[in-house]
Design a protein around this ligand. Structure first.
Ligand SMILES: NC(=O)c1ccc[n+]([C@@H]2O[C@H](COP(=O)([O-])OP(=O)(O)OC[C@H]3O[C@@H](n4cnc5c(N)ncnc54)[C@H](OP(=O)(O)O)[C@@H]3O)[C@@H](O)[C@H]2O)c1
Length: 346
């Protein structure tokens, strides 16, 4: 089969993986089964812990459609597992189904789950790993951080001028970006489990930190609002106002500057992903502590100049110490542009 067909099918499998639950014990995985001509015979994805893995879901769909024949190719975003957890080993299911070739993107780093490729190869299945691994990485990374660092996945967001300023010299920052960018932020808030800000941002901006639709109404799901910092804040701050008719949206203040304590506290509350909304001091501290996994940078075509840079001291003294990122998405939003980047794997 032409290798271009695997690549195309992998791109589809990555899109399918986004159907999996975002904050689950298990990773988000998608699968596509091709015949030797490269036609799609079945698709599948994982629906969360306790349900069939993506490749087994695809095999089930294949069987249900009466299309299971020997010699097919399974294209799956993650290396098939090799262990019996709440479901059986996928490598075995693929072998039993007579799959001839398995193509995957990311190697499974799990000590018990990984190694499926060896089981497949021992059974005579051709195995090709690493196809579009970079494209799948942003989907897999939150789960990797959760599983191996046992802390929430941290997304750092800021809106900046083209010269990287997040506020004017007097501290004002409303509004650097336009409406489309703000709608995008609100949609991402609604899809987040928690929003984090520093005490200074609450004092200076007095944000509500709720997730609003373009028509101004509240999204049904509201993230937990978390303020970090030792100082006492006025109870009249808008972030403490409760919301009615929504799920979530409570506000807590963690009166500490110890970011590992913040991670542990939120992890113990079941938070698996955090959306950090400023300011520069808190975000810089998170980067310096190697706790920032992903960046959402909204760039506006304006210049502000002056001292209020998006990021302050992050411990980079010389260019060789730069924090290296991989851009995974760029999106025009009205006159602005969104750049999404993740920490580059070393
Ligand atoms: N353009 C944007 O995207 C954007 C977004 C947000 C804010 N802003 C602007 O940014 C400015 C506020 O940001 P900021 O950088 O001054 O303050 P900040 O990051 O919001 O808050 C800093 C405060 O956070 C607390 N904190 C908790 N843990 C910390 C840690 N590990 N390291 C350092 N501080 C920690 C400290 O307060 P305690 O003394 O209470 O401990 C610290 O003074 C405003 O001008 C606002 O308009 C812009």
């Amino acid at each position: 089969m032409n290798e271009l067909r695997y690549v195309e099918a992998m791109r589809r499998a990555i899109a399918l993986s986004l159907n999996s639950p975002a904050f689950d014990v298990n990773p988000r995985v998608g699968a596509v089964i091709l015949n030797e001509a490269g036609n799609v015979m079945a698709e599948g994805w994982h629906r969360g812990v306790g349900t069939p893995h993506a490749e087994v879901d695809a095999l089930n769909n294949l069987r249900a459609a009466g299309l299971l024949t020997p010699g097919l190719t399974a294209v799956v975003t993650l290396e098939p597992c090799n262990h019996t957890g709440t479901t059986g080993p996928c490598s075995q299911a693929l072998i039993e189904a007579g799959i001839k070739r398995v193509v995957f993107a990311a190697f499974d780093p799990g000590k018990t789950e990984g190694g499926g490729r060896f089981a497949l190869e021992s059974a005579g299945v051709e195995v090709i790993g690493g196809i579009l691994a970079d494209e799948y990485q942003p989907v897999l990374k939150p789960w990797l951080v959760n599983k191996f660092s046992e802390r929430p996945y941290v997304v750092v967001k800021f809106a900046a001028s083209l010269d990287g300023r997040v506020a004017a010299a007097d501290g004002t920052s409303k509004w650097i970006t336009g409406e489309d960018a703000r709608h995008d932020v609100h949609a991402r808030r609604a899809a987040s489990q928690a929003i984090l800000v520093g005490t200074n941002t609450v004092e200076i901006d007095d944000p509500e930190l709720n997730a609003r639709k373009p028509d101004g109404s509240l999204y049904e799901n509201q993230p937990l609002r978390v303020i970090v910092g030792e100082r006492e804040l006025a109870k009249s701050a808008r972030v403490f106002a409760s919301m009615v008719g929504v799920t979530g949206g409570q506000t807590i203040q963690l009166r500490t500057r110890n970011l590992n304590d913040v991670m542990a506290e939120l992890w113990n509350r079941g938070i698996r992903q955090i959306f950090v909304e400023g300011g520069a001091e808190l975000e810089s501290a998170l980067i310096k502590a190697e706790l920032a996994d992903e960046f959402l940078v909204y760039l506006a075509p304006k210049l502000i100049g002056g001292p209020k840079t998006a990021i302050g001291d992050i411990g980079v003294g010389t260019i060789g110490q730069s924090v290296n990122l991989q851009i995974v998405e760029t999106k025009p939003l009205g006159a602005d542009i969104l750049i999404r980047a993740i920490q580059k794997e070393n």
